[in-house]
Design a protein around this ligand. Sequence first.
Ligand code: B12
Ligand code: SF4
Length: 511
Amino acid sequence: MRVMLVELGADRDEFNEPIALGCLAAALRNANISDLNVEQRWLMLDPTLPTVEELRNVEVVGVSAQIGSLDRLDRLMGIVAGLANPPVVVVGNLLATYAPTELLRRHPQIVCVRSEGEVALVDICRRRALGPGNAEIFRGITNVQVNGDLLQASVGSKAFDVSLLPDRSFTARVVQRGGIVRIEGSRGCHWGRCEFCSVASRFGFEVWRPFPIQRIVDDLCVLSSLGARSPYFTDEDFFGRNYDRAEALAESVITAKKRGEIDRDLNFFVSMLASDFRAKACLRALEVLRRAGLREVFVGVEAGSNEQLRRFKKKARSWTNDSAIRIAQRLGLQVDIGYIFFEPHMAFEDLTANLEFIRSLPLSDCDSRVVKKLRIQPITTSRITYSEVVVGPLELDRLTYPYKFRDDRVGTVWNRYSEWSAGTKQEVDRLLGAARGEVPSEKIRVKLKRALAAVRNEDLAALELIMESVENRSEQEPSARGLQQVGARKRSALAFATSICNDMDSAHPSV
Ligand code: B12
Ligand code: SF4
């Protein structure tokens, strides 16, 4: 039986290892389906869609559809339509998870798998292996959680073997291209309540599932042998409040490094909650993790305004966030943050609080874009909370609802800022990807991160000028000369960051 897995790629110029494909390929190969042949295609590596010829004897096509991949999905469905005996097309990942109804309206012949795909895809392939028609029963939305029963509608499967290592067919090429190698240590989030976040609709409320320590260490050994030196943990909540487990994991990594099973220089990145820093056991674990190679932590700060944090139902207030960042830095870790500067219900004062807060943080290594607006995502509580500001239907390919700001002045600031910053997004995305990925040396990463921090500071300077002019109700273009000057500084900061990135590209071995 031939199965083709296709990762359609994103519209960002980041070279992220398609770990979902690796998980699905491993689950299929582990499933004892007779004569199974699994091929994997990643359009970021080879942008050509599979042809009619290539698809001719394929029985199941598993498509991973992220934000910004809809045009490729449409084209793929066009190719499939040209086949006399079309395969079963199973679509998973973000578009299928968060907008299955809209996707099925567009392509009624597909099977949409919400959330995790390991169990569902194996089951669909098993059915298909019994002969054409058998997979037909899956048509429509599937959360297959088999346990003897089909189409049992619950999200967040516990039924698959979490000790199974993902297939790593693409890792070596990701390393060669200076891309981002991904690894999983857990799934879900113990908090799961943040208004804007979709983690609960994927895994269930307050569900956090750790992977076995040995699996993570084994996976790191494989990555290390493939040349990866800076894997990125995709976990939304690396600790899951289980700090002793994290410490034990760190000890195991240290041992594996001593034994030469993991390269001594391997370092890694994790995402954590600001509230974690309040637990003594977490600080202990962080110390051991740092010795094991923890380089950087990402903290979802999201806002400086406590009103906004309360509306977001974050498990932190501005003081929790402030002290988290300072503690992380004292421990010698690089810190990156998530920040949702603009929110539809905010007052102008919240904008000011957000600007003051971000300026007060010692964020020399934070490379992320910080002037962003909230995305109202489907299947989140924010869709209900903000329903009165939503002004149109779901934008399927972006997975967001368009909205207006309650305070017109906030809306004006956002529009003027967006206009000012338009045009540099692709370039910044490429630089961000390079700073997060495999690098020729950690010194260069730090240099690039600092250069990106300088770009971010110019964004804040422009925002401040725009806010001042809107607050003073200036009829004029917002301090046009000042903005031009900031724009010129931003361009030169970007040129500097780009030169570092180009040096990095030439230092990577050729592909
Ligand atoms: C790495 C990452 C990124 C990277 C790379 C993204 C990329 N395009 O590759 C970067 C930093 C660029 C990024 C950016 C953004 N991201 Co992001 N990101 C992640 C993160 C942390 C890891 C993804 C991952 O590798 N997971 C591990 C793999 C194994 O899981 P998976 O991909 O979900 O695959 C499973 C299922 O989806 C399913 N599946 C997948 N493919 C298929 C195919 C078939 C056939 C089947 C059956 C099943 C199936 O089975 C897989 C195994 O169980 C997730 C959080 C998370 N932990 O998933 C957020 C996440 C995906 N990101 C999110 C968001 C919001 C964004 C941004 C919009 C943020 C912003 N404001 O700019 C941008 C969008 C950029 C873009 N245009 O794509 C949200 C998406 C929510 C939503 N409803 O849209 C997530 C879920 C975080 C969150 N909790 O809110 N992101
Ligand atoms: S802490 Fe992070 S992952 Fe958890 S619900 Fe909030 S935003 Fe989502």
